[in-house]
Design a protein around this ligand. Structure first.
Ligand code: ZN
Ligand code: ZN
Length: 446
């Protein structure tokens, strides 16, 4: 059993079909076709080195093969990985690596088994300020990393680090909305295109850029004031949507020559959070670097208030997305787990939702209901403060005693970016907002 990465012949540490190299610390997996346990593949490999079959790392929603709640000791055994840069945008978890684009536009790939992140390339400082994505593209489904800037979309092949730039045709006075400080502006992929927003003095436009033809297509938002705040776009179960204070807008592509944005007025007593400034006055909070609406398998959740109380406007994502309901929630911090489920930590409890139905996987009066929350299967974690002690990350797992990881109040902790599951590790990422980000890693194999 030796390492499949170039110029390395290290031994593999594995459990089940997933593992990592003890020397280079990069993640590996066994071919799911030939199940040859003597040969390991790189996690980005597209063909098995043993049998030659097309392969793909199974989407890793559990720590590979082992339920997360079997990680026994969360109170210690955590490693810290420091990145000497600030991250504004939530990193992406893809194929056993965490892909981080710093606010200065530098792309890092982090194997959670390593001591430090690996620098890949710079996209330029205009590119680290709005959401990015990984899309599998072309006849071989090659993974590319995409980031949006003020005049172009840049791509990086994660296989060979070749970069490409797609310029965006802009009218005079038109700008691409690509800085999350100014608003909740997304970048989403669908089929062979990516979608984002632009603004002129007269119009807000939903733009799509084809990765195939490199051509852009734009659809004006049917609103009279181009300066109103909007949130999106979001891919909600295959529907490209965005919203303002009053309406949801859904992209209608039935006529390929005349795309339209169809407004669906909320028509309920609901005020969505539409600007980053509004978030700081809200009773709902979320980790740094994500846009507020949350898409689960069956629902779109839009955060805001209803009659001055925290609430989510929820929409069922069956065929037609027209039925709104209001989900009232206690004030707190929300996020999505690896299964894209709405999770909320409020003072004294952790709640999970499916549609309008709530469950309470953890109840504990020391839960603070702030900064971060994670839930997956029967495992939950959030900040708690025991008595007069310092702040802890408290892990709850069904049938076991809660475990505290001593977090304290470190000076470099300004914003949480959330929790990630990659390979056999679970990670918590935060930033000081200026020149440092930290990953705390709990490793199953330790
Ligand atoms: Zn190696
Ligand atoms: Zn094979």
């Amino acid at each position: 059993m030796s390492c499949p990465y170039p110029d390395c012949s290290g031994d593999i540490q594995s459990r089940g079909s997933f593992g990592y190299c003890k020397d280079c610390k990069l993640p590996v997996f066994c071919c799911p076709v030939c199940k040859n346990t003597k040969t390991y593949n790189r996690t980005l490999a597209r063909f098995c080195v043993a049998c030659g079959c097309p392969i793909s790392l199974p989407e890793n929603k559990d720590v590979e093969g082992v339920p997360l709640n079997q990680i026994l000791d969360f109170s210690s055994h955590a490693r810290r990985i420091n990145l000497p840069e600030s991250i504004w945008i939530r990193p992406l978890n893809y194929k056993g690596f965490l892909w981080c684009l710093s606010a200065a536009g530098n792309l890092y790939g982090l194997s959670p088994h390593k001591e430090k992140p690996e620098y890949f390339c710079s996209l330029g400082e205009d590119f680290g300020k709005s959401p990015n994505l990984v899309q599998e593209w072309g006849p071989f489904a090659s993974p590319i990393f995409l980031a949006l800037g003020p005049k172009s979309l840049k791509t990086v092949s994660l296989l060979n680090l070749v970069t490409d730039e797609f310029s965006i045709e802009l009218d005079p006075g038109e700008s691409v909305l690509c800085n999350m400080q100014g608003g909740f502006f997304g970048l989403v992929g669908k089929d062979e295109s990516v979608f984002f927003l632009t603004r002129t003095s007269e119009e807000i436009r939903l733009a799509s850029l084809s990765l195939k033809t490199r051509k852009a297509q734009k659809v004006p938002l049917p609103v009279t004031n181009a300066q109103i705040p909007v949130v999106g776009p979001v891919n909600a179960g295959g529907h490209i949507v965005l919203y303002s204070r009053e309406s949801l807008f859904k992209l209608n592509t039935e006529r390929s020559d005349a795309w339209q944005l169809t407004p669906i007025p909320f028509e309920v007593d609901f005020q969505p959070i539409v600007t980053p400034a509004a978030l700081s006055h809200s009773s709902l909070d979320m980790p740094l670097g994500i846009i507020p609406p949350l898409v689960s398998e069956d629902y779109l959740y839009i955060p805001g208030t209803s009659r001055a109380e925290p609430a989510f406007l929820t929409l069922g994502l069956e065929k037609a997305i027209t039925t709104f309901s209001i989900l009232k929630v206690p004030p707190g911090i929300y996020d999505s787990g690896p299964r894209q489920q709405l999770v909320l930590a409020s003072r004294g409890r952790v709640l999970t939702y499916r549609g309008l139905l709530a469950e309470t996987p953890a109840a504990d009066e020391q839960i603070l209901g702030e900064r971060c929350v994670f839930h997956h299967n029967s495992l939950s974690v959030t900040f708690a403060r025991p008595g007069r002690g310092g702040r802890v990350l408290r892990w709850y797992s069904k049938g076991k005693d809660a475990q505290d990881y001593p977090f304290g109040d470190p000076e470099d902790f300004r914003e949480a970016l959330g929790f990630f599951v990659a390979g056999s590790c679970i990670m918590f990422v935060y930033t000081n907002g200026t020149n440092k980000s930290v990953m705390i890693v709990w490793d199953l194999y330790r």
